[in-house]
Design a protein around this ligand. Structure first.
Ligand code: ATP
Ligand code: LTN
Length: 327
């Protein structure tokens, strides 16, 4: 059985991009794999967080994990900081990576751009991500396209360590990216990815948005003036983004949607997308409300951390031994 690992940051506003690019694969994978799904709070603190908000966000993401269909009996769901091995392996891998390869990461470049002072954690973020993955002998990492570079770095570090300290030290993982909607773009600016942190709330659809907000954001979404519902990322990035969202939510190929909307204006197309999105998010919101304040959620996270600790300690022992650390 393959081991799967992925993580989401508890930084609020989990959106349709997170869901279509990453979370929906999590559910699909849990039946045939040994899956670990983590809420990566140690990654969240690479930028300043309000402690009360962070605590709330951690449980929000955990509840969303279960609300979209993750079953704690099948998947190990847990919070990163409850498993000390992440920080320890992160440190060891810091000593294997070089600063040049970290400065090259596009996420680092974009998050540090224009900042007067840049936290060290922001630079070493991808090393901690590599530790998350390698700690569980992971084979498959389901993520959105924006994480490709980080997965490559994880592979590089694993190969580098294996070369120096023994080929069996780490399992070399592979990324798994969605074929459709692997990169959902912002509704107000389809040249940027949909993001949790963007100022404009209408740039994204959050999974917990109410129906009115969903309607407003989609009806306001940037399109173009030619009026044709056609997929053409270069010349029609807004419409193309909405088409990929509709295709991902309905499992209908984009070519089929283009045919269906031939001769219709953007108004009809957007109205249908509003209805489809509202229908898709309704059960998630209902499940979320049921789970969020339940003891079951806390129990699932406690059991998850226990299993994650057990597995991670075995990997750490192997790594410490390979490096000659300890007594
Ligand atoms: P921010 O939007 O603030 O930069 P983020 O959403 O990228 O944060 P995470 O919460 O860690 O950060 O992302 C969780 C998962 O969602 C990752 O696998 C990431 O690749 C995926 N993801 C994030 N944004 C998108 C997007 N716009 N389209 C597709 N997948 C995405
Ligand atoms: N960097 C990821 C979140 C993340 C992650 C991981 C994803 C942290 N550790 C391990 C997969 C595997 C992001 O989406 N921003």
């Amino acid at each position: 059985m393959n081991r799967v690992f992925s993580g989401v940051q508890p930084t609020g506003n989990i959106h349709l991009g997170n869901y279509l690019g990453a979370l929906r694969q999590f559910v699909e994978l849990q039946n045939d794999n040994d899956c670990f799904y983590c809420i990566v709070d140690e990654h969240a603190i690479t930028v300043p967080q309000d402690p009360k908000e962070l605590k709330k966000s951690i449980l929000d993401v955990a509840a969303l994990y279960l609300a979209i269909g993750l079953d704690p009996k099948k998947s190990t769901v847990f919070v990163q900081s409850q498993v000390p091995g992440h920080a320890e392996l992160g440190w060891i891998l810091n000593c294997v990576s070089v600063t040049g390869e970290l400065y090259r990461m596009t996420q680092f470049k974009s998050k540090s751009k224009g900042q007067e002072s840049v936290g060290t954690g922001l630079l070493t973020y991808p090393v901690l991500m590599a530790a998350d993955i390698l700690l569980y002998d992971t084979n498959i990492v389901p993520v959105g396209n924006d994480q490709k570079q980080h997965i490559e770095l994880t592979r590089d570090l694993a190969i580098r360590v294996n070369h120096k300290y023994g080929e069996k030290t780490f399992v070399v993982p592979e990324g798994r990216f969605m074929k459709s909607a692997a990169r959902v773009m912002a509704l107000d600016d389809p040249t940027q990815k949909m993001s949790k942190s963007a100022q404009n709330v209408h740039s994204r659809i959050s999974l917990l948005d109410d129906d009115n907000k969903i309607k407003k954001s989609i009806m306001k979404a940037t399109t173009d003036s030619d009026g044709e519902v056609r997929y053409d990322v270069e010349n029609k990035p807004g419409v193309s983004n909405l088409l990929s969202i509709m295709s991902a939510l309905t499992d209908r190929p984009i070519e089929q949607l283009e045919k269906d909307y031939e001769g219709h204006g953007y108004g009809d197309f957007k109205k249908d997308l509003v209805a489809i999105t509202i229908d898709a998010l309704r059960p998630i919101k209902e499940n979320f409300n049921e789970i969020r304040y339940s003891q079951d959620l806390i129990d699932a996270l406690t059991a998850g951390a226990e299993r994650a600790n057990e597995i991670s300690l075995a990997t750490l022992k192997r790594v410490r031994d390979a490096f000659g650390m300890g007594i």
